[in-house]
Design a protein around this ligand. Sequence first.
Ligand SMILES: NC(=O)c1ccc[n+]([C@@H]2O[C@H](COP(=O)([O-])OP(=O)(O)OC[C@H]3O[C@@H](n4cnc5c(N)ncnc54)[C@H](OP(=O)(O)O)[C@@H]3O)[C@@H](O)[C@H]2O)c1
Length: 328
Amino acid sequence: MKVLFIGGTGNISRSVSLACIERGIDLHLLTRGTRHVDIPGAQVVQGDIYRQDDVRALLEGSRWDSVVDWIAYTEEDIIRDIGLFRGKTGQFVFISSASAYQKPPVHPLITESTPLCNPFWEYSRNKIACEERLNRAYRDEGFPITIVRPSLTYDTVIPVAIGGWTEYTVIERITKGQPIIVHGDGSSLWTVTHAEDFAKGFVGLLGHPQTIGEAFHITSDETLTWNQIYWAVAQAAGREPHLVHISSDFIAACEESLRGSLLGDKSCSVIFDNSKVRRIVPDFKATIPFHLGIKRTLAWFDADPARKIVRKETHEMMDRILQAYLKE
Ligand SMILES: NC(=O)c1ccc[n+]([C@@H]2O[C@H](COP(=O)([O-])OP(=O)(O)OC[C@H]3O[C@@H](n4cnc5c(N)ncnc54)[C@H](OP(=O)(O)O)[C@@H]3O)[C@@H](O)[C@H]2O)c1
């Protein structure tokens, strides 16, 4: 199989790239080359997807079995992709987001038939608009779409709601014994998936004829509370966390930038039903429990101190919320 990734060296896509190479896929990665990530065996095409004419020239004359856009976020990105890849690929995979599922959910068990509706988070509404545009292209002209919706998926990021992700601030707070904020009472249910587990499900979807026109999520089957997630992170850092529980509404009222990601995603209890992906990829099974996966992630940060980005603004934001809460 000949496969093109737009992206492919990122937090999720790096593991998928490695899994593709392991499967013997002829993998081409279109990236700007700003990060030094080694994917031995992949052909790197240096380019910026937002420079459409350059990309068209770079890809001229090529045809793929699958094209995966890891970094499409708006309907405009999708319109560009349909223009670039119409007639040139047997499958076009759009990386959407499980945050697109109905929020708050009327039922915690999430299947691919759960409605897509998120009044809280613009990021998710844009992903929904992308999916709708692609579904139209499939219906109207047979554009061979497959939609994949990751939920919180980590490898080189710290998967917590406040103070983590690409930054290390939450770990610094934990190691210094400073309070960290947990939304709600920490008992809502969530799933965190290691990118290597995600990759096992994803590669089985590539080139599979029964995926065309379909959407899939791919997650771990491990259901955790947020308290368990924060404890696992702290224990991987060798500490006990000082958790302060604050309602998501209160946090969002203090810090508007957290509203979407909390009320439109992480504050809602969800349990993912992965039976659809398993119908296509019968051996898909996530095997990396969070308390072990997060140790690997922290070891990745330890391997290069430059990765440990601590932001003063994030410390200040967390302190501001904590002070406002303690004054209540
Ligand atoms: N992780 C999660 O929990 C989660 C959950 C739901 C959905 N998602 C979705 O997953 C996707 C992110 O995948 P990821 O983690 O692999 O991404 P990522 O860590 O953001 O990596 C981005 C990749 O795209 C390349 N890139 C960035 N800008 C580019 C440009 N203008 N032209 C060409 N290449 C470019 C980067 O390489 P260079 O910098 O070298 O160009 C890198 O390979 C997003 O669509 C996101 O919405 C993630």
